[in-house]
Design a protein around this ligand. Structure first.
Ligand code: ZN
Length: 261
């Protein structure tokens, strides 16, 4: 974490927000355990004292899996966190206890899940991802939605096209919900620099819709290593501007504010 702070200062960031994954259950090793949260918070608070040249924030990325994950508000109520990012990485298979992992480096897990859990019905599988996203937006309290179209990452135009009408209808519905709930959407470059997809999350079609509906936006590199932190910010700004987005959200003291790009 200290390396991230150094990299952020070196890259002339004014603000830096951390967001490890919130605990889900014992099954997933990419998250914090609940007993590690105080340690995480203490570490950020130490850096806040040591580095006065940058504002550092303590966030957490919560996964939403219906019936499985803890209500997001639990984390905000029990720990002094500045913000919560909501994201779907694990799709609950309807009428079963199976979970379809759509993220991670292994494309086979994505592909095999479509066959094993959805009998090769891609539309059904992808719709499940989006419906879980809708339910997260409708039932959970959070500040930012992470990589909203993560479902495209391992698709690579193989199983569905992002301009299929059934797909754009799901997207339109998500944008509508987000604008009603005033949730900030991130433009996230991780898929690009990890060479997992050609575009930002979200893709151009969604960015255009978000811009039209004036949904607040934020740029994130979703960095898992310090050197990834400053990647693609300029490209993201240009991309947003090309769709007419001219402000970005940032966390001021206790509340979200807007700054001109
Ligand atoms: Zn994520």
């Amino acid at each position: 974490m200290r390396n991230f702070v150094h990299k952020a200062i070196e890259s002339q960031f004014a603000h830096l927000g951390f967001s490890p994954h919130a605990p889900i259950s014992d099954y997933y090793d990419f998250t914090l355990n609940e007993n590690e949260i105080p340690e995480y918070i203490n570490e950020v608070e130490l850096y806040q004292k040591q580095y006065s040249q940058i504002k550092i924030f303590k966030g957490i990325e919560c996964d939403f899996i219906p019936g499985i994950t803890t209500d997001f508000s639990y984390f905000k109520q029990n720990y002094p966190l500045d913000y919560i990012i909501g994201g779907v990485h694990l799709v609950k298979v309807p009428n079963s206890n199976e979970i379809w992992f759509i993220d991670g480096p292994k494309r086979e897990i994505y592909d095999n899940g479509i066959v094993a859990f959805f009998k090769n019905d891609v539309k059904k599988a992808v719709t499940c991802f989006w419906e879980q996203t809708f339910e997260m937006i409708e039932t959970q309290k959070f500040d930012i939605i992470a990589h909203i179209d993560k479902i495209k990452m391992h698709n690579q135009d193989r199983f569905f096209k992002e301009d299929d009408v059934w797909y754009t209808k799901l997207v339109d519905y998500a944008v509508d919900l987000l604008s009603k709930k005033n949730i900030i959407v991130e433009i996230n470059s991780r898929g690009i620099y990890r060479m997992r997809c050609k575009n930002f999350y979200p893709s151009d079609y969604i960015l255009k819709k978000l811009a039209e509906t004036k949904v607040p936006m934020i740029i994130s590199s979703d960095a898992h290593k310090a050197e990834e932190l400053p990647l693609y910010y300029e490209e993201a700004k240009l991309k947003l501007k090309s769709f007419g987005v001219d402000t970005l959200s940032f966390l001021g003291i206790g509340k979200w504010q807007q700054v001109k790009i």
